[in-house]
Structure formats: C-alpha cells, structure tokens
Write a new protein. Structure first.
Length: 150
C-alpha cells in the first residue's frame, strides 16, 4: 500500500516503455488492440509541441509510473474559449481507490484552467462501475449519448 501521494507530471521521452505498458493495459480493459505504429505516433505526438495534439500527464510513485491521462484542447462552436477532452485515464489496478485517478483528473482540471478552458469532459462505458464511482464525485453526468459512424 502506498504511504505517499504520487507525483503527477508531464510525460517525458524516458517514460516510453512504462507509458507503453500502461496504455496497453488501458486498451486491454476496453478490449482494444492497436498496431505498434499507432503507439509510436501517439507517443511522438504526446511529446510534441503542436497545440492541437494530445498532452499526457503521468502519476509516478517511487520511480514507477502507476497511471496516465491523455487530454486534448479543442474549439467548441458554442463557446469562445477552448474546451478540454480527457480521452484516456488509467491507474494500475493495485493503486485504484487510493486517489490516483482523482489526482490525475484534478491535474487535467488545473491544465485546463491554465489554458483558459473551463470545460473538461470525458466519456466512459456505461458498465465501467468502478470508474463511474470516481467520476460521480469529480464530475457531472450529462444526458448525452455517443454515436459514431458505423
């Protein structure tokens, strides 16, 4: 059991192997696999400086990455300021329930505030009961449903 809070920090190049492992576990949870070229492209974009690309924050404890979040700022037709989409959030199973997920979400909130984007939103599967307990505490459920092109 952890006795101290993890460090929440931006992703760096030396995190590649640990990030790859965390993101693989995240994708496996959602029963998804991706080609290695997508991993490499995503990692490069996360480290890039294009404001249209995703950013990544990681949770590190005693030198080990234990969680991650990917998020993106984009325009919104109903707002003057950008909004922030939190696409991926993952914490290793052994640290769930210890506050790591909340810390990562709050760090995204802080990043959004720093960029002048007061709206942060995300999606999850209806059946993701464990995560939804956290989301109900740090966010507000909306009535919108997601549709996508078949």
């Amino acid at each position: 059991m952890r006795t101290s809070k993890p460090l929440i920090r931006p992703l760096v190049a030396s995190d590649h192997a640990a990030w790859h492992q965390l993101w693989t576990a995240y994708l496996e949870f959602y029963e998804t696999t991706l080609p290695e070229k997508v991993y490499e492209s995503t990692f490069a974009r996360l480290l890039g400086d294009d404001p249209q690309d995703f950013s990544c924050l990681v949770a590190e404890h005693n030198g080990t990455l234990i969680g991650l979040t990917h998020f993106l700022f984009h325009r919104h037709a109903w707002k003057l300021e950008n909004v922030c989409y939190l696409q991926d959030l993952y914490a290793n199973p052994e640290v769930r329930g210890t506050g790591v997920g909340r810390q990562l979400i709050e760090a995204v909130y802080d990043a959004a505030d720093a960029k002048g984007a007061p709206n942060v939103y995300w999606m999850t599967q209806d059946s993701n009961a464990h995560a939804r307990k956290l989301y109900d505490r740090v966010g507000k459920l909306t009535p919108f449903l997601k549709y996508q092109r078949p």
